[in-house]
Design a binder for this molecule. Structure first.
Ligand code: AMP
Length: 428
């Protein structure tokens, strides 16, 4: 349900009877922008905007039965559950364990967040739910989203990750925040210091489990699980389910329901996908050419390695471009500063590695540049998914170097030749 719009009439009488009439009118759907009945020829007094009405869910009970959560969902403007939510909510709400195969951007935070909120006791100020995530950025993003959903419930989520001081996290534990969203290393750190207890945890979510295993967190994740009560409910989300994840599921989940949501492959309708054949040694010149010839509003450039990111960051800076970078070798404060610069539009170009890109939530990227070829379709889809979000148009540019031809062929086959060839001027 959309937030009811202001009717554009800023000069509103303070008569309560008029206010009641206005409210009734808005509930019926308002009178529209043309406002045939709104005749305001005379100069109006100082504009006072009536507070927006409390938005009600489109269909009560669609996401959950708790009015406090429904209110937050309505405020977020969610009208329909996403496919992962549609299939996950009933399983988690009835208490079952779950394996969800879905990407970031599918709405999975809501898929586990809503049942968590429904089950926890706001009066009880101990950790009751735990969400384990691979990166600091994802911890921040999930915490923000959960707190948005929790706004009227009396529950609170706390982000817990390394690379920052302990003080704020300890304050959160002392305050009795009920949901901990954290990276494995720092969670273990707190457990070992005795600052954190999971004896009252009822629900555990392992988010982006494949990434966590890629990053070598399996032993840590298992240690954390062993510190939670056996009768807890467990949900695991992962974009891919390699063998190691099967082991984890087999050992730690009870007869889980499997929900798989197909990857949404970008289509020509939303993302213009082009490629340039360019020799490895010419890639930087190619990038400069594209940046100079076009007025791209916001560009996200992907590289494989941290060194690669640092290198073109330095080169672009020397060419007087204002750029920001984000990769796993930077401190949390540095990454956040880069993200803020980019998200606020202060810099137009952000250079990132894949790992850092997971969990990036930047609403407005006009162009994605695959400076280095993504190593698989999943990564391509994930990177390209940073543009053309929320129904906007976007462009994805892929550089195909001499060593990328096999991967590129695979990509084109899977994408049904959607990537169209273009030619750099530097090749005449
Ligand atoms: P996630 O995959 O959880 O990171 O969610 C991706 C984005 O989709 C976030 O900005 C959410 O706020 C948004 N979102 C989640 N569920 C819905 C929904 N049912 N309707 C509209 N937007 C949603």
């Amino acid at each position: 349900m959309r937030q009811p719009e202001s009717d554009g009439n800023l000069a509103i009488s303070s008569d309560p009877a008029d206010a009641a009439k206005r409210r009734r009118r808005r509930r019926r759907g308002g009178r529209g922008r043309s406002g045939a009945t709104a005749v305001h020829d005379a100069p109006q007094p100082v504009a006072v905007r009536e507070p927006l009405l409390f938005p009600l869910p489109a269909t009560p009970g669609l996401f959950c039965d708790n009015p406090a959560i429904e209110r937050a969902i309505a405020e977020a403007g969610w009208q329909q559950p996403t496919p992962i939510q549609e299939r996950t909510l009933p399983v988690l709400r009835r208490g079952g364990d779950l394996v969800g195969q879905a990407q970031t951007g599918s709405g999975k935070t809501g898929a586990f967040g809503i049942p968590i909120m429904e089950k926890l006791d706001p009066e009880l100020h101990v950790v009751q739910a735990l969400v384990v995530v691979p990166t600091r950025e994802l911890a921040e993003q999930v915490t923000t989203e959960l707190n948005r959903l929790a706004k009227y419930t009396g529950l609170k989520a706390l982000a817990v990750y390394g690379g920052v001081g302990y003080e704020r996290q300890l304050q959160g534990f002392n305050r009795g925040d009920q949901i901990v969203v954290g990276t494995p290393g720092r969670i273990i750190d707190h457990l070992e210091r005795g600052a954190l207890s999971f004896s009252d945890v009822r629900m555990v979510v392992l988010d982006e489990a494949d990434r966590m295993l890629d990053m070598g967190f399996q032993p840590d994740v298992e240690r954390i699980l062993r510190r939670t009560p056996r009768e807890r409910q467990t949900a695991l989300f992962s974009a891919t389910i390699p063998v190691e994840i099967h082991d984890l599921i087999y050992k730690h989940l009870r007869d889980p329901e499997w929900v798989r949501i197909e990857m949404e492959i970008p289509t020509v309708d939303t993302v213009r996908q082009v490629y340039y054949e360019v020799a490895e040694r010419d890639k930087f010149d190619g990038l400069l050419e594209l940046l100079e010839m076009n007025d791209w509003p916001s560009v996200l450039i992907f590289r494989h390695t941290q060194r690669g990111v640092d290198r073109i960051e330095g080169l672009l800076r020397r060419k007087r471009y204002s750029v920001a970078a984000i990769h796993g070798g930077m401190t949390q404060a540095m990454r956040q500063a880069s993200l803020n610069l980019f998200a606020s539009g202060k810099v137009r170009i952000l250079i990132a590695t894949n790992v850092a890109s997971r969990g990036l939530d930047i609403p407005d990227v006009s162009h994605v540049v695959n400076y280095d070829m993504p190593e698989d379709l999943d990564t391509y889809v994930h990177r390209v998914g940073r543009t053309a979000r929320m129904g906007k148009q976007g462009t994805a540019v892929t550089f195909v170097g001499e060593g990328d031809l096999d991967m590129f062929d695979q990509l084109q086959r899977r994408l049904k030749d959607q990537l169209l060839p273009e030619r750099l001027a530097l090749y005449g």
